[in-house]
Design a protein around this ligand. Structure first.
Ligand SMILES: *Cc1c(COP(=O)(O)O)cnc(C)c1O
Length: 375
């Protein structure tokens, strides 16, 4: 059998990892500023994480949601405290797309409305509903195109207002910071106004923090810079440092009934152990603060490089372009000449989504390498 080509790019195979580095079989060391799409939050093979998962798999890896699971209860308590959403309800599932599906389904259930408002350049995942809310026709099959999704431009409050005024929308779904399309931020003012319009029209506000959450931007969730309080928040990627796991945080004001959401694997014991150990490390090593500090440093150093254009993002969620360079050529240079993994977006954008443990000296190595490539 041959493998289906998902999105292979480079013929390099990391076989082990440690902190912000991955290693090939011949022991070549690569600085990982991509974290496999923002998934590696506490660093590769963190010893506390390895132990937590190893211990749990020897005890009980899985049992279904038909029984009591105190690991889930502990996770709800600790994630509530760390995120500032202690009074919200937690639904656990297995991937980002699935979290968004559940969020949109729940919004439709409780509002008894069919439509969802989404934004230009949004990415919400590849399952049927999530890809329908993704503004990229290339990844939507005919089956996924639905009249129930409307797109308006990001930061265009009048367009959003006009749509919501129809009171046909169950929810608005928006990324904390748009990731896949190349790091585009909603303004604080836009988010505040959107929250107001949602309240006025009985529309639920869903914040997709799958890429921008879990401390990456220097706050636990990116939207917390604006002071808004969404009705539903979705989280995945960094939540369990690579173990497939996701969460939907649901406002206590939403009257969800038992049975509206369900899952076989969601909230399994192994995933909970992984997620709990990630919270331990985020707290013990002050990783949200580190993401903020190291991110601000990296952004300010990038802005000093003449050829670098339009540095965007917050904390360790960064996008930029370089004059005269195609993104993938630049990324290849960084990879093959300087042993650095980076992410891309579109033709020209380079995306940095490293582990939240990134140090200042690792940031310096990247900046020096970039300068050498451009020299
Ligand atoms: C990655 C991503 C998703 C989809 O997550 P999967 O785990 O790949 O299903 C959804 N929304 C955003 C913002 C993402 O970055």
């Amino acid at each position: 059998m041959k493998l289906f080509d998902v999105y292979s790019l480079f013929d390099i195979e990391p076989v082990s990892g440690k902190g912000s580095y991955v290693f090939t079989a011949d022991n070549t060391e690569y600085l990982d500023l991509y974290g496999g799409h923002a998934v590696i939050s506490i660093g590769h093979s963190h010893p506390h994480y390895v132990k937590a998962i190893s211990d749990q798999v020897g005890k009980l890896a899985f049992y279904s949601n038909s029984v009591k699971n105190s690991l889930q209860e502990e996770l709800a308590k600790r994630l509530g405290k760390l995120s500032g959403y202690e009074d919200y309800n937690l639904f656990l599932c297995n991937s980002g797309a699935e979290a968004n599906e559940n969020a949109m389904k729940l919004a439709s259930f409780v509002t008894d409305r069919k439509k969802i408002l989404a934004f230009g350049k949004a990415f919400h995942g590849r399952t049927s509903g999530a890809v329908a809310a993704t503004d990229n026709p290339k990844i939507q099959a005919p089956f996924n195109k639905t009249a129930n999704i409307t797109f308006v431009p990001l930061n265009d409050i009048d367009a959003a207002k006009n749509a919501l005024a129809t009171k046909e929308y169950a929810a608005v779904i928006i990324e904390g910071i748009q990731g896949v399309s190349g790091i585009h931020e909603p303004t604080d003012q836009f988010l505040k106004e959107l929250e107001k319009q949602c309240k006025a029209t009985g529309t639920l506000l869903i914040l997709d923090e799958i890429q921008s959450g879990y401390g990456r931007t220097g706050k636990f969730f990116a939207h917390q810079y604006s002071g808004i309080k969404p009705d539903i928040i979705t989280s995945a990627k960094g939540i369990a440092n690579g173990f497939p796991f996701a969460a939907v945080l649901i406002s206590p004001e939403i009257e969800a009934k038992k049975g509206m959401l369900g899952t076989t694997f969601g909230g399994n014991h192994l995933g909970c152990a992984a997620a709990l150990s990630v919270i331990d490390v985020i707290e013990n090593e002050n990783l949200v603060e580190n993401a903020k500090e190291t991110g601000e440093y990296l952004i300010s150093e990038l802005k000093k490089i003449l050829e670098v254009e339009d540095v965007r993002g917050k904390g360790l969620m960064i996008g930029f372009e370089v004059k005269g360079w195609n993104g993938s050529d630049l990324r290849k240079k960084l990879l093959f000449d300087h042993y650095i993994f980076t992410g891309g977006a579109g033709e020209r954008t380079v995306r940095l989504l490293p582990a939240l443990t990134l140090s200042k000296s690792q940031a310096d190595y990247f900046i020096d390498s970039l300068k050498k490539v451009l020299a």
